[in-house]
Design a protein around this ligand. Structure first.
Ligand SMILES: Nc1ncnc2c1ncn2[C@@H]1O[C@H](COP(=O)(O)OP(=O)(O)OP(=O)(O)O)[C@@H](O)[C@H]1O
Ligand SMILES: [Mg+2]
Length: 375
């Protein structure tokens, strides 16, 4: 890494050539703009330079002289840290990485599609470094963390989902974050059949269910592939249907053209926040043929059942490893669906992630029809 003084010089100079209209959201575009600006302010030279002596004169220099041997690394780090996501860039580029997690100061961990959970050699040395990284990252993605609002769910520029917990008062080891990568190209039903997540007959059965407007949940443990399965089978819904999706973070990708995409807004204060509950109630007035909820966790579950009751089919993911658990969670607080209403839910797909011969595989364990509830 080139000397710190050089980065200081470059940043100072850069600030004078970057204007409001250079702020672009698209990642590749940002990198291109930054590279252009860097070329404007850099003067490559053939001899080594003592950058320290230039610091007092930075504003009078038309261009910053940069020793050729430093040039490539300087540009790499500038682009990685200013346009990209800093030390996360390399892991975010690897399509085999499913999850990236930073439990606090120290090393970053990943879950690799083939090698499973691993420790990386990337690390945050101090709490200050970690906090600064998290603050900058959260500001960049438009959902700044603060001590007043320490928990943030958001989407990274590449579409990955991120959860951030900021500060030591709510998280004992300090700030932490977890990133769930999403596939660049949405995973299709044929791909899932190819991977043996379910077979062609199950796919055909789900197709019939969705063409008939059935309501269903894809249920399973964390990272069992629920969202991926839900996203794939949505393609079975009649292509002319109106679909309303409701999520906390944008993960669903619906091929239908008549698609209303709604996201919750968490401002930290109940007056200005928009919850899943609010959006679901609103969806009932939007005449949808299908309502798709990213994940049902709380009070919105009851509204989902009211939607089904009034003839609006609902699809959702749910955290429960079996139908019994699912029924238990649905019928107890905070969801409280009356047992007599349970059969509005027509089917439940139970999915699981298991290690088979050392490799993590995702399997649909069963598709269950809910016919009624016998207490
Ligand atoms: N059938 C599958 N085969 C192989 N990999 C899969 C499969 N389904 C999902 N994955 C991968 O597993 C990871 C988790 O998938 P997904 O986000 O769908 O899980 P989830 O159950 O919705 O997780 P969460 O509980 O955190 O919402 C992703 O990286 C995804 O690409
Ligand atoms: Mg999910």
């Amino acid at each position: 890494r080139p000397p710190r003084e050089l980065f200081y010089l470059i940043e100072e100079k850069l600030a004078t050539v970057i204007t409001e209209k250079d702020t672009v959201r698209d990642l590749e575009e940002r990198k291109r703009v930054l590279l252009e600006k860097l070329k404007l302010i850099i003067e490559p030279v053939d001899a080594p330079i003592d950058y320290r002596v230039l610091i007092p004169r930075v504003h009078s220099l038309p261009r910053i002289p940069v020793y050729r041997a430093h040039l490539d690394n300087l540009i790499y780090y500038m682009i990685r840290d200013k346009a990209g996501l800093g030390i996360l860039e390399p892991v975010l580029k690897d399509p085999y990485i499913e999850d990236i997690s930073c439990p606090g100061v120290g090393y970053i961990y990943i879950v690799h599609k083939i090698f499973g959970p691993l420790e990386t050699n990337l690390k945050f040395e101090t709490a200050e470094e970690l906090d600064r990284f998290i603050i900058e990252l959260s500001e960049r993605i438009g959902k700044p963390v603060s001590h007043a609002r320490p928990i943030v769910d958001a989407t990274l520029p590449d579409g990955s989902r991120i959860n951030i917990v900021f500060g030591t008062d709510v998280s004992l080891q300090g700030s932490n974050f977890t990133i769930r990568r999403v596939a660049k190209v949405p995973i299709s039903v044929t791909q899932l059949v190819n991977w043996n997540t379910f077979d062609g007959r199950v796919a055909a059965y789900l197709w019939i269910l969705l063409l008939e407007g059935s309501s269903g949940f894809v249920s399973g443990e964390t990272a069992s592939g629920k969202t991926t399965t839900l996203n794939a089978i949505v393609a079975f819904i009649n292509p002319t249907a109106k679909i309303v999706t409701i999520e906390d973070t944008a993960e669903l990708n619906i091929p239908h053209s008549n698609w209303v995409r709604e996201l919750t807004r968490d401002t930290g204060s109940p007056e200005t926040s928009v919850t899943m509950f609010d959006l679901l109630k609103a969806a009932l007035r939007q005449r949808p043929n299908y309502i798709i909820v990213g994940e049902i966790r709380g009070a919105e579950g009851l509204i989902a059942f009211q939607a089904m009751q009034t003839g609006h089919p609902v699809l959702a993911t749910f955290h429960a490893a079996s139908v019994e658990r699912l029924v238990q969670r649905l019928t107890s607080p905070p969801i409280n669906v009356p047992k007599s209403q349970l059969d509005n839910l027509n089917f439940v797909v139970i999915q699981s992630a298991i290690y088979r011969e050392g490799v993590l595989v995702r399997r649909v364990l069963s598709v269950n029809e809910i016919i009624g509830y016998d207490p």
